[in-house]
Design a binder for this molecule. Structure first.
Ligand code: PRP
Ligand code: HPA
Length: 178
């Protein structure tokens, strides 16, 4: 039977510093302007909560909305993103910041950005805590990137392995061994 091993990777203090630095940059760019944070469920729920509070410390008022999407490739559905459930608010002529825990291939975000652009936001930007650029299949880049990592499978701080381990306060590298 395979056993699961989780090796410490990014500790709580480093995550907190990273969130603070991201908030400082975002606050500089959106000073005095309203901002709608779009939390992409499920993995981003912890990051979004921390980012929203860090932005409040920088006097940025936010609204928070949620969306759940899944991307899939197949003969018929290639190139689409399935909206599992949509956000409540209109983004027409609003400043929107998509909040993601991780960008891997970039497939999910490429499709989501295309969909959201059709709703004509004033400004649409992307913030991710973790970025795995070596896995990218397209030219997608986030405006705000927390930490760039190698091609590793990471868990914790919202990131899951088979719907588990999201609750870990730090981020670990998961491997399986016989
Ligand atoms: O760049 P990509 O290759 O598209 O991968 C990134 C996506 O994968 C993860 O979500 P996942 O589909 O695992 O769902 P979850 O957030 O509910 O865990 C992550 O939260 C991103 O949305
Ligand atoms: O490294 C990862 N961990 C968890 N979920 C993910 N989705 C894309 N990459 C990852």
């Amino acid at each position: 039977m395979k056993s699961r091993r989780i090796e410490p990777f990014i500790d709580e203090a480093t995550i907190a510093d990273t969130v603070e630095q991201l908030a400082a940059r975002i606050a500089e760019d959106f000073a005095g302007e309203p901002l709608l944070l779009l939390c992409i469920l499920s993995g981003s729920f912890i990051f979004t909560a921390d980012l929203a509070r860090a932005l409040a410390r920088h006097q940025i008022e936010v609204e928070v909305d949620f969306m759940k999407v899944s991307s899939y490739e197949g003969e018929e559905s290639s190139g689409t993103v399935k909206v599992e459930f949509d956000m409540e608010r209109s983004i027409f002529q609003r400043n929107v910041l998509i909040v993601e825990d991780i960008i891997d291939t970039g497939r999910t975000l490429e499709h989501l950005l295309r969909l959201l652009q059709t709703r004509q936001p004033r400004e649409l930007r992307l913030c991710c805590l973790l970025d795995k650029p070596s896995r990218r299949i397209n030219g997608l880049n986030a405006h705000y990137v927390g930490i760039t990592i190698d091609d590793l499978f990471v868990v914790g701080y919202g990131l899951d392995y088979m719907h588990k381990l999201r609750e870990l306060p730090h981020i670990g590298i998961m491997s399986t061994e016989e």
